[in-house]
Design a protein around this ligand. Sequence first.
Ligand code: NAD
Length: 513
Amino acid sequence: ATDFGIKEALDQLGVKDINEGSSTGSNNFSNGEIIESYSPVDGQLIGKVKTTTRADYDKVMDAATSAFKTWRDVPAPQRGEIVRQFGNKLRDLKEPLGKLVSYEMGKSLQEGYGEVQEMIDICDFAVGLSRQLNGQTIPSERPGHVMREQWHPIGVVGIISAFNFPVAVWAWNTALAWICGDVCVWKASEKSLLCSIACQNIIAGILKENNLPEGISCIINGDYKVGEMMTTDSRIPLVSATGSTRMGRIVGKTVAERFGKSLLELGGNNAIIITPTADLKVVVPGAVFGAVGTCGQRCTSTRRLIIHESVYDKVRDAIVGAYDQIKIGNPLDENNHVGPLIDKDSVNTYLEAIEKAKAEGGNVLVEGGILEGEGYESGCYVKPAIIEAENHFEIVQHETFAPILYLMKYSGDVENAIEKQNGVAQGLSSAIMTNEMKEAEKFLSYAGSDCGIANVNIGTSGAEIGGAFGGEKETGGGRESGSDAWKVYMRRQTNTVNYSDELPLAQGIKFDL
Ligand code: NAD
């Protein structure tokens, strides 16, 4: 790890006490038991972090609720200025933060940098947005009256994030929540805690330089039990949770029970439809990167290819051929395409999924398995697998967070492919590869893909921050990032002002006194 400058990166990010004592970061009142963070890259211990106890949590909430009163008084464009400074700091620290993401999570270095770039991009977006939190003026039916709509800060936003995007998901939420006037409490994944401490240190420095309370950004550490402190806490009007559908089902219910709002970004089961006119030059990189990038650990990873029978053999052979070229190894080495899975539990889930697919009648085209030997000591490196399967297989209906790609055929019209594509419980990302305009438009129409993201001639994986990100059905329905996703971080207020000398009632109702 030292070869890749991890020690230096941690120093630059202020993440202290590596391999000794505990690293708690700034504004982190945690005093609970210790969680150790091991890298899936080489199995080494990176650092230790103390978890948040109930008493610590109450201190964090006191800091956050009091900071909210200060922060909401700061005009929105000035809040944007703070986010601008944060974005600039991220530009300065892109290299060390990207390296830490890569080392702690296991994604390729390029993707680690890419994740920090997404943080920078959302900051830029949020700065512009800080002057555009516009409401509407609405014509009133009553003379001498005016109606309008205003957007006010909602309060303390709780953020629960997954391990696979250990920094970007937080930034998507916070950059928007901050310009909206909210303060944030973040519980990162227990598998990527050092990334969250690094992020907190960066924003804490910016807040300090601007004489603002650090409670504007808080972190709490631990597993689901710490997350539950937020989901059950009515001081938190909005909980934004990213992770598995299993988690979202519990979080959504818990937050709804206290009439809180939740923004859920859950699992996907994303497919690419490959039609007879699809261009192989686009199909192969789109499908292969989608399936093996981040070792199949993206919510938008390609899980299924639905291929027209007339081009099936050609497409299958091209994809299988491309898998031969894939280099698996240390993700900090830029020559490698695929790094490790996050941990050994994940490796077991991957192995079990392959066995289940075989038991249901799947035909393995590219064998999976664990890699052993030099460079693979962490036990988390696996081979991306390709299996011919049917859409109705139980295992195909589930998201396995690993590089397993299922191939299936369709015949006849594109409607048959769309039916298969939609025939799963999840609804995050989808794509069609076609040069046939009518097929593309059908896929994008109300009768087409039922996903939150539907692409033409690009894969399912990855997204730009300018669009709203999220999906339907068991993906949870939430939208983050661009477009008008900011509205979820605010409360809407409708105002009616009477500037006449009368008090006419709505709908012409008479109430004579
Ligand atoms: P996970 O569900 O195991 O954990 C996610 C987070 O939820 C963690 O911080 C965890 O501690 C917390 N958590 C779990 N149960 C909780 C509970 N009952 N109350 C409060 N908090 C709880 O997911 P993971 O393994 O970290 O991430 C992989 C999953 O995330 C995949 O399903 C992937 O598709 C999904 N994901 C979705 C998106 C999206 O935008 N749709 C983005 C990234 C990841």
